[in-house]
Design a protein around this ligand. Sequence first.
Ligand code: COA
Length: 137
Amino acid sequence: MRWWDIEQVTHLEEVLFPADSPWTAAMFWSELAQGHHYVVAREGERVLGYAGLARSVDLAEVQTIGVHPSYQGRGLGRNMMDNLLEAAAGLPVMLEVRTDNTAAIALYESLGFVRLSLRRNYYQPSGADAYTMERKA
Ligand SMILES: CC(C)(COP(=O)(O)OP(=O)(O)OC[C@H]1O[C@@H](n2cnc3c(N)ncnc32)[C@H](O)[C@@H]1OP(=O)(O)O)[C@@H](O)C(=O)NCCC(=O)NCCS
């Protein structure tokens, strides 16, 4: 992901997470400025999906992942997750996911993530619960 992708990514974010405080352009700018690992799936100039990973010395965290609704179910999400896990380079990886997000949970479990704990009212303003999931190094 480059700075010029942020406008399209922010639009996708608003479509995909309307009830859970979608990230703003400023938040994506900040993520890129911090040097976190962000990727997009493109078709020509068009951004079809995006995903990001934050790394520290001993841990990596999936910050976000989303695919345009018309392009879901075609392997883009798995492809971007494979990229993030490669970038995690052997670190344990953590993420949060809504407990009702069966598609994302199936994707994460197929990649070796397991549920660690339940976080009630994690997402706002929806109040939806989240699982914290971990993939061991
Ligand atoms: C979750 C998301 C990123 C997956 O991306 P995608 O491109 O649709 O997923 P893929 O086509 O690569 O499928 C990967 C796996 O996800 C799971 N999956 C995808 N769609 C699914 C569905 N409708 N029901 C159940 N599992 C599903 C399957 O395990 C699938 O693996 P398989 O194809 O080997 O069966 C996408 O659905 C999305 O953007 N959802 C809205 C935003 C979101 O919820 N992001 C995650 C926040 S934690």
